[in-house]
Design a protein around this ligand. Structure first.
Ligand code: SAM
Ligand code: SF4
Length: 332
């Protein structure tokens, strides 16, 4: 049992940590990184596995029970499975999830299942290999697709993350919904945010969650609204008779901040209490300065009681404005 359940200064429980194990990646997705990539952190700047275990143990004792490993591409981190094996044994961790592009994931799927990993989010923005190549700047559609098939075969709960981009994959929206017809998969359409290492791609975001929904409703007028989980960031729907479901995530419009239960730790060990803040506490520096567990807990609690009300407030308070760092460094 946790020592206490965490609440922030706006009365929201904090129960979900998304931790980036690396900022490196084997793709160069248009919405996440410039074509030439980003300047990666030197390896010594990444949290070590021991530091990650210590942080998760501390946070779990405070009531953070859901953990997601992300990146960068988590499977690019050497020996990632050693960390996964460890995290599932940490007291208070009720569920472990991963977000991956699927390129290196297939060999580990059976072990992930055996370890009880609760779900995998797979990034797949298009079902067309050529568009995949254009969006990710790598000709690797086949690997992501095979990983999806394996996840479905092994019946590991899988959500597909598809970022919706003007002029890039609008024609994929309906085929991705169609994928839910015969597959027990949840497809989530995400508004594109300017976290791409180079700044805003458009003067104004056209493909908002409302517009994505309008396009889907025009094709499927009888679409059913599902009940969303209490802290869900997606509004979820099902086409009647389809096995899977789909959702829309207002990542840029930020309609879900009022129930946000999540915090992030970046690849360089910085705590973010909102995706749009600029990092509020350097946990790596504190650990490397040999702070005790109780000192670290006190710092965490201080940060949690200073959370911005929403992503707009967080963005306003940033030192570096506007947002443009790559999602790969933040941990999506
Ligand atoms: N490499 C892994 C992957 O792609 O699944 C994990 C890290 S990636 C940063 C996590 C998620 O963030 C992906 O699903 C990706 O689609 C999403 N993402 C990245 N940049 C984004 C952006 N600018 N706007 C919206 N979502 C973004
Ligand atoms: Fe890599 Fe994921 Fe970013 Fe694509 S979204 S470049 S796969 S970190």
């Amino acid at each position: 049992m946790p020592d206490q359940q965490l609440y922030d200064n706006h009365g929201r429980p904090i129960s979900y940590l998304r931790l980036a194990v690396t900022d490196r990646c084997n793709l160069r997705c248009f919405y996440c990184m410039p074509e030439e990539g980003i300047k990666y952190l030197p390896k010594k700047e990444l949290l070590t596995f021991e530091e990650i275990e210590r942080l998760i143990t501390l946070m779990a004792s405070l009531g953070i029970s859901k953990i997601r490993l992300t990146g960068g591409e988590p499977f690019v981190r050497t020996d990632l499975m050693k960390l996964v094996r460890k995290i599932v044994t940490i007291e208070g961790v009720e569920s472990l999830h991963l977000t991956t592009n699927g390129l290196l994931t297939a060999p580990y799927i059976q072990e992930l299942k055996a370890l009880g990993v609760a779900s995998i989010n797979l990034s797949l923005d298009t079902l067309d290999p050529e568009r995949f190549n254009k969006i990710t700047r790598r000709d690797e559609f086949g690997k992501t697709w095979s990983t999806l098939q394996l996840l479905l075969e092994e019946e590991i709960p899988v959500k597909i993350n598809a970022v919706v981009m003007e002029g890039q994959n609008i024609e994929d929206i309906i085929p991705l919904v169609e994928l839910t017809k015969n597959n027990n998969v949840s497809v989530r359409f995400i508004e594109e945010m300017p976290f791409n290492g180079e700044g805003n791609h458009y003067p104004k975001l056209t493909w908002t969650y409302k517009k994505i929904l309008e396009l889907i409703r025009a094709q499927y007028p009888t679409v059913l609204k599902l009940t969303d989980e209490p802290n869900s960031t997606s509004y979820n729907y099902r086409v009647p008779g389809y096995r899977g479901d789909f959702g829309v995530i207002a990542a840029f419009t930020r309609t879900f901040c009022g129930t946000c239960n999540r915090i992030r730790v970046t690849a360089q060990g910085v705590l973010k209490t909102c995706l749009y803040d600029h990092g509020v506490l350097n946990l790596k520096d504190l650990m490397r300065a040999e702070k005790s567990d109780s000192e670290l807990k006190a710092e965490l609690l201080r940060a949690f009681s200073n959370r911005p009300k929403d992503g707009f407030e967080a963005e306003k308070k940033r030192v570096l404005f506007p947002v443009m760092e790559s999602m790969s460094t933040i941990g999506g």
